[in-house]
Ligand binder design. Structure first.
Ligand code: LRH
Ligand code: MN
Ligand code: MN
Length: 388
């Protein structure tokens, strides 16, 4: 039997990083449905992130996206976060929302545009110096739409050059996290389409360059837990961007589409010992709540990650090892499924009570009056959104 108390002691140290952009308005290219009470600036996003942490106890950091979260003084933002009970986390660079980047940012055929993109990435490291952030997360929308549009190998050279310049600018305690994505916005080639490409660039860069696995960035049917296991073994898994997808990069509530996949991924993390308190993997969410309210959307996502983690921790690894060694295919599979089919909600409720939290974070938030308060208070100004 897996030890319930041992599982709880790991869960007590779990940390999940929230994306600042999850609190702003977002939508599809067809429509953004604005919600009332949505933050109007980075300070209000931080207040909302802190609220998620207050109810869950496991979300003590919030990731920034620059320039969406640009402020005059990041130390002031950092202090606001601290006052609210959280800290600033990963800095995400944004070289995908400027007209100049139509044909790419760091891989653009035009050297002046490449320079502009690189300058932004370097400026993001300046931000990290002020916020004390460890990780710079890079995702490039760069790619091509038509065969022949640009030279694929030359674009890889340009990418490698930019990554190298950023890597050399990092401080000793800072890391470069490279995120891949199969397609969108480019439809023919992406310059970092998959984990293999990201892995190869990170290998070339050095120890402080690692890969980010965004669970929505693969072809349908891809075995994501295999990628996770491979990267963990190679010491190259830097971060997760957790979200759910039914079709493409849907950015839905974590664990909504395929809770079993989330469990399988977290089982690989747990068995690799990568959930330990000193783990250097950033467990981030990357989501957009287009139609559901944002703060409860984040709370639900966090609790879904906790539930999948709890199940992964309940796998009887001794029994699994025995079954595996004996070549007992069905027995081994049954050990895993036993854990997956356990209702871990009572265990998590107990854990929260032990931590002085309400056992029901969703209910506690609903009862807190915070949602009504932000609707009343946040009038005037422009509400922040994806890209604002
Ligand atoms: C790209 C992506 C990347 C961005 C975020 C807003 O699809 O996953 O992580 O920074 O969305
Ligand atoms: Mn992402
Ligand atoms: Mn994405």
């Amino acid at each position: 039997m897996a030890d319930r108390e041992a599982a709880k002691s790991v869960l007590r140290t779990q940390k999940i990083e929230l994306p600042s952009w999850a609190f702003g308005n977002s939508g599809t290219r067809f429509k953004v449905f604005a919600q009332r009470g949505v933050p109007r600036d980075p300070f209000e996003k931080i207040a909302d992130a802190a609220r998620v942490h207050a109810h869950t106890g496991v979300a003590p950091t919030v990731a920034l996206h620059i320039p969406w979260d640009q402020v005059d003084d990041f130390q002031v933002l950092g202090r606001a976060a601290k006052d609210a009970g959280i800290t600033l986390g990963t800095v995400n660079a944004n070289v995908f929302q400027d007209d100049d980047y139509m044909l790419g940012s760091v891989t653009n055929p035009n050297p002046a545009i490449r320079r502009k993109a690189l300058d932004h990435l370097l400026a993001c490291v300046d931000v990290m110096d002020q916020t004390g952030s460890r990780d710079l997360k890079l995702w490039f929308s760069d790619g091509t739409n038509y065969p022949g549009q640009d030279n694929i190998r030359a674009r890889q050279d340009r990418l490698a050059e930019a990554l190298d310049a950023v890597y050399r600018r990092l401080g000793d305690d800072q890391r470069l996290i490279l995120e891949y994505k199969l397609f969108e916005p480019a439809f023919y080639t992406m310059d970092v389409p998959d984990w293999g490409t990201a892995f190869a660039h990170c290998l070339q860069l050095g120890d402080r360059a690692k890969v980010c696995v965004d669970t929505g960035h693969h072809a349908p049917g891809t075995n994501i837990e295999f990628i996770v296991a491979f990267l963990l073994r190679a010491g190259k898994l830097g971060a997760f961007d957790f979200n759910s997808r039914f079709y493409a990069d849907d950015d839905l509530i974590v664990g909504a589409a395929d809770p079993f996949q989330l469990f399988r991924i977290l089982f690989e993390v747990v068995t690799a010992g990568a959930l330990a308190e000193d783990s250097d993997i950033a467990f981030m969410l990357d989501q957009c709540h287009n139609i559901e309210p944002k703060i409860p959307g984040q709370i639900r996502s966090v609790t879904n990650v906790q539930e999948a983690t709890a199940k992964a921790l309940l796998v009887d690894t001794d029994a699994l090892a025995v079954a595996q060694a004996a070549g007992d295919v069905l027995g081994a599979n049954a050990v895993l499924m036993d854990a997956y089919n356990t209702d871990v909600r009572p265990l998590l409720a107990e854990l929260r009570e032990e931590q002085g939290l309400d056992p029901d974070p969703m209910g506690a938030y609903a009862r807190s009056g915070y949602a009504e308060r932000i609707v009343a208070e946040r009038v005037g100004g422009t509400q922040a959104g994806w890209g604002a």
